[in-house]
Each structure stands twice: as C-alpha cells, then as structure tokens.
Ligand binder design. Sequence first.
Ligand code: GLN
Length: 454
Amino acid sequence: TGACLKAAEASGALNAFVHHTPDVAMAQAKAADARIAGGDAPSMCGLPIGVKDLFCTKHVPGQAGSRILEGFLPEYESTITAKLFDAGTVMLGKLNMDEFAMGSSNETSVYGNAVNPWKVDDRQLTPGGSSGGSAAAVAADLCLAATGTDTGGSIRQPAAFTGTVGIKPTYGRCSRWGVVAFASSLDQAGPMTKTVRDAAIMLEAMSGFDPKDSTSADLPVPDFEAMLTGDIRGKKIGIPKEYHMDGMPAEIEALWADGRKMLEDAGAVMVDITLPHTKYALPAYYVIAPAEASSNLARYDGVRYGHRAKLDGGDGITEMYEKTRAEGFGHEVQRRVMIGTYVLSAGFYDAYYNRARRVRALIKKDFDDAFAAGIDAILTPATPSSAFGLGEMKNADPVQMYLNDVFTVTVNLAGLPGISVPTGLDKAGLPLGLQLIGRPWEEGDLLNTAYALE
Ligand code: GLN
C-alpha cells in the first residue's frame, strides 16, 4: 500500500487519480494486516486498488468527472465498493473518467484527460474512455487493479488501449446501486486488471445479488478462479463476418487471425457465424443511451447535489435550473441530453426510441441464435485501432469518436458478458486487444477462454 500510494502521488503527469485517499488506504491496510494475522484473510486481502470516480464511496468526494457534482460528498457506499472492501481491498483513491462516463478518450472529464502510460516518441496518447483513469493507473502499476464501468465499451476499449484486461459482466451480475447512472439498461461495472486471473478473482468479489438494485440477478456466484483450467478443447468459437469492417486496418485483421490460430491450437473449433443486425448497433446505441441519460441526468438541477450557478436578483427557479445545467454540464453531456430529449419527445418517440428498442431486440436475437446453434463464445477485435493521440479526435465530428465503440456496443445492447484481452502490439509498439463475448451468466467459461488467449 505504501509503495502504491507513493507511486500514485508521484504520477501527476498521467492525471489518472483525481482524488487520493491515503488515510482510508492506511486504515484499510492495517485492518487487512490484522485479518491476515488472525488467519481469516479474504480473497483480496490487503490489495491496493483504485476506484473509478463514478462509484459513490462514503465520505469521499465523487464527481463522476463532472463540474455539476462539485462538492458532492456521498453519504453512502456503493454495493460494489462495499463488497470489495469486505474482500479486503485497500482504496488508494478515485480515478479519472469521461464526464458521466460519456466518451471514449477521457477528454470530456472536468479534471482534464488522463494520459496513457504507453507512448510513441513524444506523442501523448489517450488511455481510452470512459474508464481512462482506471486503465492508465493499472497499466502504470499505480494500483494492482481498478473498478471500471461499461455502458458501450468503457471497460473493454480502455483495456485494449493500455494492454490491460477488462471484463464487462452479464447485465445484472454486479449491482448498480451507488454507481452514478448513465444509461441504466446498459450500465455494468467490472474489474480492470493486469491478468485474466486477477479479473476472475476481482469479478467474484464484485458480483452477487443486491436487493437494492431491481435489475440485479439472484444467482449464485461461481468460483471464477477455479474455472481457469486453460482447457478449451472442443469449445466452439464463432467468428462473426459482420465484424470485418470496411477500412479496418490490416494490423487489426492480422491480430484477429492470430487470435483465431491461438484458440485453434488450444483445441477450440472455429466456426464462421453471422450476426446480421450488427450494422444497426451503433445507431441504436446512440439513441437508447442518450435517451436514458437525458432522464437520469434530470436530477442534477442545482437543488439536490453539487454545483449551483450564481443567480441574478430577478432569476426564478427556471433560470436557476438553466444556468446551473449550462455551467455544470460539459459539451458532450449537453449533446447527449439534447439527443435524448429529442428521441423521447412525443413527436419522435416512435420514429427513434421505439425503433431503436426493436433493433436492440433483433441484435439480442442474433446472439441468442448463435448460442442456440452451439457457439460457446465469439471472438472479435476489441477496437478498430490502437490508442489514438490526445486532442486528435476531440474537436472532430463526434460521430468519429462514437465509431470507437463499433465492436463493443452490441454486447451491452444484448446484456452479454464481454472481455478484452491484450494479445499483441501494432507496428508502433502499442497494445492491441481482442474481445471475447460469452453466453449470459457464463463469465467463468468466458474467463477460461480468455485465459487460453492471454
Ligand atoms: N464511448 C461510449 C459512449 O460514449 C461508451 C461509454 C461507456 O461505456 N460508458 O457512450
């Protein structure tokens, strides 16, 4: 803990930690020592972790990367952090992220962007987003692991950009209670770690039924680590043809081919499959996610939480809302709120929101059909490129940024588990990741297949 605290405090240039909690860490480390001495050490006893700023942690500031939550001090602990603390972890601090988890580069954060510890010459790269601080901190050895959240790829894309492992579990596996909501039907928390084994151990600690989250699944949590045998003989791995996108870099195609070969060498059977509605996933996601966000973010009104704008004498409550939200939300969040409000409006609800929901059902059915035909897991690239330069996409057409999520959003729309595993480097020497998508609730099996790929 001492070494990690020192490393974290000296890592200002990465801007990964936005709030350090050395007092909490030292108290938890002492308690962990006592548990170890007493012979009752739980699975993650004494292991220092970082926590994405989206998780509410009792009496520790949390802003979800936004100005509008300035000064917010949660009075309660998220279920996930409570579970991780029960498992003996030590919290070093809160980690940078895109504002309200909206973004793919960590550049929408009120704290400024986090920086990828990997670089080429002097070019500074994004660690990805929205869990960019988590990915940067794990990759730079500032902590042993970190929590992330994934609504459309925010665990898997930063993992791929930093050479770390990130798993988004099945929707309902990890409680959303105390995690600031972005798009509630898509949001899931998960671990970001250095290895698949660490991911298995940490996911087990984070998982489980929570009566405080109405979408939490009342299912037993397997011993994921015990399932890491590396034996994947006879497993059927689907290769979806729709994931060969036009203009995809040759390096990504080559990485994917190498991954296929590795799994085949380990005894798996590769099967070409089709997921015909894939091309509609990105547009459907960018209707559904903003719709839910516009509703979830309505609570930030300057009354209940955080920031309130300075008012002029004649201002009424409407001006207070308007000024507060105009000052408190950044551009990307405002864009999402506007899109969301538009697609939910009476005149456009059927044309956009309802249609997107129908498309979502078809995307889910594509996966159901593949699994019903005996496919155990699906192998795809995690991202269409390696980490891009900071500032390169920030001022471009926002759709360019949204294209980063092309391989990951399908998994959230279908509620499935997905993992990104680092499997190679591009010609500049930057990490690349492959994604494995699993059957619902079969994270153990998915982790084992990822273990064979690692
Ligand atoms: N990049 C996607 C978005 O901006 C996904 C974000 C996420 O998974 N939280 O919505």
